[in-house]
Design a protein around this ligand. Structure first.
Ligand code: RB5
Length: 145
């Protein structure tokens, strides 16, 4: 699985920590920035990761801003993206099994590092169940402009 990761300044520190986790665990990743704690706009980085999925360069994305809210809203504006903002492992697993989330959004100012890694690991290891959930995802796709 090829994972794309991006953040604004509010998520920069946690993003770097997750990158380290991906590297140490041999998970293929592409870092879309930001690359410093200097202030940037989260929609720009959400879009980079979302576009990476739509263009097929990556399979799934992880995005981080201060709360995870702004960057998840931004990602969900891109057709074909299902970004899930998660603060616990149960939601992270369900976001893939039931909602086929292709982006995980995290709050860098909300989560502790260890919990964030647990969430990332759970999310990366989850698989979409399909079946009745597929029908619901198709309905969501049908709502896209
Ligand atoms: C940046 O200060 C902050 O607004 C951003 O990281 C994010 O929390 C927005 O939702």
């Amino acid at each position: 699985m090829r994972v794309g990761i991006g953040s604004d300044h509010g998520g920069f520190e946690l993003k770097e920590y997750i990158v380290e986790y991906l590297r140490e665990n041999g998970i293929e990743y592409r870092d879309y920035g930001t690359n410093s704690p200097d202030s940037v706009d989260y929609p720009d980085y959400g879009k980079k990761v979302a576009d990476g999925i739509i263009s097929g360069k990556i399979d799934r994305g992880i995005v981080v801003c201060g709360t995870g809210i702004g960057i998840s809203i931004a990602c969900n504006k891109v057709k074909g993206i299902r970004a899930a903002l998660c603060s616990d492992t149960y939601s992270a697993r369900m976001s893939v099994e039931h909602n086929d989330a292709n982006i995980l959004a995290l709050g860098g100012r909300v989560l502790g590092r260890d919990l964030a890694i647990e969430i990332v690991s759970t999310w990366l290891n989850a698989e979409f169940e399909g079946g009745r959930h597929g029908r619901r995802i198709e309905k969501i796709s049908g709502m896209e402009c």
